[in-house]
Design a binder for this molecule. Structure first.
Ligand code: ADP
Length: 560
């Protein structure tokens, strides 16, 4: 909120509060004259006992008691000529008794059967007060008037003590209640001579000459800036309509500046942020508006062209993404290759060593002429080379960047090939490996090489997760459920921490040390599974360890 706005809100709140206290102070006494007008003693005083000072004192005494209880300023009774017959201040020096107030509008109003309301400075007391009157009816009509005077000086003091600048001006623009004494009984606008005479005739403001305040009001950015005696204020006015009064609340402009300076420093960063956000929103809106206008102006063709360009761009992006993904797949393969090379080297070294032995012994047999025994050795060499061939064969399929090829794949076959690749690791890590697979073949529509790659990743991750665990058990469950084939890979490893479960499939997310993991395995697997219209989900198993669940729609043969 801007300072001005903030101030406007505050001013409104303050004004409503001030008006509340003012009307509260007045309303409290509103019914008093009406109630007293029905008092039989007062009526009697006004009809029969005008010349009986004793009875007049009795009524005054009773008025004093009521006045005391009601905490009003003065309560008094006037006859139809405006003479005060009884008054609550009858014992005081400036008693109203005997005074004639027929010139006061509250008297003339009441004599016309109306309720009188009038603000004036007391002619006798000099105390400013609000007068409320009510006619007293006798058998022959209005016989007098009862008046309550409410002292507004305490209210004024309260305002002054509040340290704020607030005042009330009447219909003649005379300031008659103000937190600033020096503005009292001065006018905001010039008063015509005629009006001045009228005011003086009812002695509303005593002997005050009703000077004009050096007052100037102007509008600035929707705000009223008022200059009084060379001091500038932000002014808010509240109309007290039933009295024809205006309640003014003024806030010094120099204080606003001070406030602004402070808030500017504090709010600068905030403001800039808001500005940037606003500009961003504006820009976006303007873009929307301009494109709408373009449509309205039948520039659809241009938009169409733009759309085509955009579509082309999207296509290009998609292509790039695809190749990036393929690249990732490739990178993942290389990573997997790297990871497996040690195990494979170990696996290949063994048959090579064995072959050496067999070749050496074959040579010996040859030298000794034991040809018939030679066949056995060569047989062994041949089976070893076959085994090696099968290992390198697997490696070749792994290294080849094959395009995705959808064909029915027997899941058992794919998983078996993955297991074969990971077998050396299973053995070296001493993993208790179990597989539960139905006898009948289960087909999914996929790409065998990529499926293998997913399984290799999952199996390898499972074995890695059990590295520090004593009891290493790896289970693979495969089942057909409804129209899906479900593969579960469960381990007894460290399990998946809640904090990482959401990041598992992010590329390059790994908890393994740099040399071990690239963090691509699961992200590639995820992509492959998605390509094959399947889903992958990671959970923690209740017995500890992680469980990866892959679901593929089972392959349905369609007959043309
Ligand atoms: P990498 O194996 O190179 O770290 P992956 O994408 O295959 O990359 O795996 C990402 C991370 O997911 C691993 O580093 C590991 O923290 C976690 N993770 C994967 N599988 C398992 C599992 N079976 N048990 C526990 N954590 C696992």
């Amino acid at each position: 909120m801007s300072t001005a706005q903030e101030l406007r809100e505050t001013a409104k709140e303050r004004l409503s509060l001030y008006q509340g206290t003012l009307t509260g102070a007045l309303e409290k006494y509103r019914y008093l004259p009406f109630v007293l007008a029905g008092n039989e003693d007062i009526k009697q005083l006004l009809t029969t006992s005008q010349n009986d000072p004793y009875f007049s004192d009795t009524v005054s005494r009773s008025l004093a008691a009521t006045n005391n209880k009601a905490e009003s300023n003065v309560l008094y009774v006037m006859d139809s000529k405006g003479n005060t017959l009884a008054s609550s201040n009858w014992t005081e020096e400036n008693s109203f008794v005997g005074h004639n107030y027929s010139f006061r509008p509250y008297f003339t109003d009441a004599m016309q059967g109306k309720e009188g309301r009038f603000f004036a400075i007391g002619t006798v007391s000099g105390i400013p007060g609000f007068y409320m009157s009510h006619p007293v009816y006798g058998k022959s009509g209005i016989i007098g008037v009862v008046i309550v005077k409410v002292n507004l000086a305490p209210l004024q003091r309260q305002w002054r003590d509040g340290g704020e600048t607030v005042f009330i001006s009447d219909q003649n623009s005379v300031v008659f209640l103000s937190s600033r004494d020096d503005w009292l009984y001065k006018t905001l606008n010039p008063i015509s001579d005629e009006r001045m005479q009228q005011i003086q005739s009812v002695k509303q403001y005593g002997n005050s000459s009703l000077e004009q305040l050096a007052f100037r009001s102007s509008k600035l950015a929707g705000e009223t800036i008022t200059e009084i005696n060379k001091k500038k204020f932000l002014e808010t006015i509240w109309e007290i309509s039933n009295q024809n009064w205006n309640l003014h609340y003024l806030f010094p402009v120099d204080l606003i500046k001070e406030r602004q300076r402070t808030t500017t420093t504090i709010g600068a960063v905030l403001l800039i942020t808001i500005l940037v956000a606003a500009l961003f929103v504006r820009e976006r809106r303007q873009k929307q508006i301009s494109s709408r206008r373009a449509l309205e102006a039948e520039k659809i063709q241009i938009i169409n062209q733009q759309l085509e360009i955009e579509i082309d761009e999207h296509r290009r992006t998609e292509k790039e993404l695809r190749s990036a993904q393929d690249g990732l797949v490739q990178a993942g393969k290389l990573a997997a290759l790297g990871q497996m090379s040690a195990a494979i080297a170990h696996e290949i070294n063994q048959p090579i060593a064995a072959m050496r032995t067999f070749v050496a012994s074959a040579r010996l047999l040859l030298q000794r002429g034991r040809i018939e025994e030679l066949d056995n050795s060569l047989q062994n060499v041949s089976s070893l080379t076959e085994r090696m061939g099968s290992i390198t064969g697997q490696l070749k399929t792994f290294a080849r960047k094959a395009p995705i090829k959808l064909e029915p794949v027997e899941i058992k076959q794919a998983i078996s090939r993955a297991i074969a690749l990971i077998q050396p690791l299973i053995e070296s890590e001493n993993v208790d490996f179990n597989i539960d697979i139905p006898d009948s073949p289960l087909y999914v529509e996929g790409d065998e090489i990529r499926l293998e790659q997913v399984f290799v990743n999952l199996l390898r991750n499972a074995i890695d997760a059990m590295e520090t665990i004593d009891k290493k058990r790896l289970d693979v469950f495969i089942e057909q459920k409804n129209s899906n084939v479900i593969i579960r890979v469960r381990d007894t490893g460290t399990g998946l921490d809640d904090t990482i479960i959401d990041q598992l499939y992010d590329p390059f997310f790994t908890t393994k040390s740099n040399s071990e993991g690239l963090g691509l395995g699961l992200s590639i697997s995820y992509g492959i599974v998605q390509d094959l219209k399947g889903s992958i989900e990671a959970t923690n198993h209740s017995n500890g360890g992680a469980e990866f669940l892959i679901t593929f729609p089972s392959y349905k043969k369609t007959t043309d």
